[in-house]
Design a binder for this molecule. Structure first.
Ligand SMILES: C[S@@+](CC[C@H](N)C(=O)[O-])C[C@H]1O[C@@H](n2cnc3c(N)ncnc32)[C@H](O)[C@@H]1O
Ligand code: SF4
Length: 417
């Protein structure tokens, strides 16, 4: 852990106490009295493994996938039954991996969830471009999916090759997306690839909206230490210039930024599984945040299924946040939406934001990272770039270390960050 990371953590959490994740965990989860609860389901199978991808996944096998889904449904019932009656939740997101590989069992999974939860803001699901055909889309829609996110990465042949991805035909995407309609059609792109120019990204954005997207996510490439990608991250100055041009272009075209990485052509188009104040995650590698307790399920599909067979939760690690650690976590993910409302902070923590982090917000205002409008802090394009920059930095300092260990050990004793 670098000196800078430790210093920032110490400053913001007002303590030298590190983030400590340990093996001990709760068999009983309590979420009955929580509002703003979201759900996430992880499906860790892919037809082909991409060398740049850090997520928890393995090559698809029907047999393993079926055994996994059986366990997943048991985990949903086990956790869901910890609340009497049906609990209202905002959203349900399916991520992976490639969740569409389990399309034929999606109805069963959503059915299990619906026995315990009422979803008020729709169901989102991540798709690989090869899944975007009318037949699969119709099945997803029939199962209740209302938002989709397609991992394009790039329409350009050069970058598809660099990333080891297959060609994507925008015309066939368009035909399929015209035939089966969804509230949000998001497309993911990776930027800051070697020699990538603004024109390359502009062409990707144009093709996305022309072929049926109403939302795009533009992620800076992150070079995780445990992935085998030969691609190296772009230097900061070039990345900044690219991101500024992307932001200006999207704004000119009428696609305002609606979160750090996303731009949308209509206000209702949203796709975000990360910004919930509390969430329950099901499946391997899924995380759960309930008040100040954050837990991560094991990354091993085999061990996940074993724990469920033993009628135990598949939790691998848990951290009990201190109040300040929880505040930093809250602010980090709220800022992802590019806005922080001090009233919500006070409702959540019972303490005014100005008293807890007044100095930091004044400093951010002075540096031009945020403005204050109607009592709400809004991130400027400069602030968005620095958020990108620090997010990248912390992803490498924290997530890279954690996932690097969890990919190798199903139940590590502890991880200190
Ligand atoms: C879990 S992946 C799912 C996408 C889907 N399975 C696919 O490949 O089309 C979610 C998104 O994370 C982004 N992503 C994956 N690896 C990344 C990396 N090393 N740096 C930046 N973004 C990455 C990609 O844009 C990807 O679409
Ligand atoms: S990018 Fe998508 S398809 Fe590729 S390995 Fe990751 S989850 Fe699987």
């Amino acid at each position: 852990m670098s000196f800078k990371t430790t210093l920032t953590r110490t400053w913001l959490t007002r303590s030298t106490k590190p983030f400590l994740f340990t093996k001990e965990y709760d068999e009983q989860l309590s979420f009955s009295d929580l509002d703003s609860l979201g759900l996430y389901v992880h499906i860790p199978f892919c037809e082909r493994i991409c060398n740049f991808c850090p997520y928890c996944k393995m090559p698809y096998s029907k047999e393993v996938c079926d055994r996994y889904i059986d366990a997943l449904i048991k985990e949903i019932h086990k956790v869901g039954s910890m609340h009497q009656g049906k609990k209202e939740v905002s959203s349900l997101y399916f991520g992976g991996g490639t969740p569409a590989l389990a399309t034929d069992r999606l109805g069963e999974i959503i059915g299990a969830i619906s026995e315990h939860f009422t979803i008020t803001e729709g169901i989102g699901l991540e798709l690989h471009p090869t899944n975007v055909n009318p037949d699969t889309l119709r099945k997803l829609k029939a199962a209740g999916v209302t938002k989709i996110s397609i991992g394009i990465q790039s329409f350009g042949e050069k970058y598809q090759k660099i990333l080891g991805r297959c060609a994507v035909d925008p015309e066939s995407l368009k035909d399929a997306l015209n035939e089966v309609l969804f509230e949000t059609v998001s497309m993911d792109f990776i930027f800051a690839l070697p020699d990538q120019t603004f024109e390359d990204i502009r062409s990707d954005i144009d093709k996305a909206f022309e072929s049926g997207a109403n939302h795009v996510a533009i992620y800076p490439f992150i070079d995780f230490t445990f992935t085998k990608s030969p691609v190296k991250a772009m230097p900061k100055r070039e990345k900044r210039a690219l991101l500024d041009k992307v932001t200006d272009y999207c704004s000119e075209k009428g696609y305002p930024r609606n979160s750090i990485w996303t731009f949308a052509s209509k206000e209702e188009a949203v796709y975000s599984s990360m910004t919930r104040e509390n969430f329950l995650g099901f499946g391997c590698s899924a995380t759960t945040l309930l008040r100040d307790s954050f837990k991560i399920n094991t990354f091993s599909v085999e061990e996940y299924c074993k724990r469920i067979d033993e009628d135990k939760l598949p939790t691998s690690l848990t951290i009990r946040f201190t109040l300040r650690q929880r505040m930093v976590y809250f602010l980090f993910w709220t800022a992802y939406s590019t806005k922080v409302d001090p009233r919500r902070f006070e409702e959540f923590f019972g303490a005014p934001l100005k008293r807890m982090y007044g100095f930091e917000f004044a400093l951010a205002k002075m540096c031009g990272f945020i403005t204050e409008e109607g009592g709400v802090y809004k991130m400027t394009p400069k602030g968005a770039f620095y958020y990108h920059y620090y997010e990248n930095f912390y992803t490498l300092a924290y997530i890279d270390k954690m996932w690097g260990i969890m990919r190798k050990e199903a139940f590590p004793d502890k991880i200190i960050l």
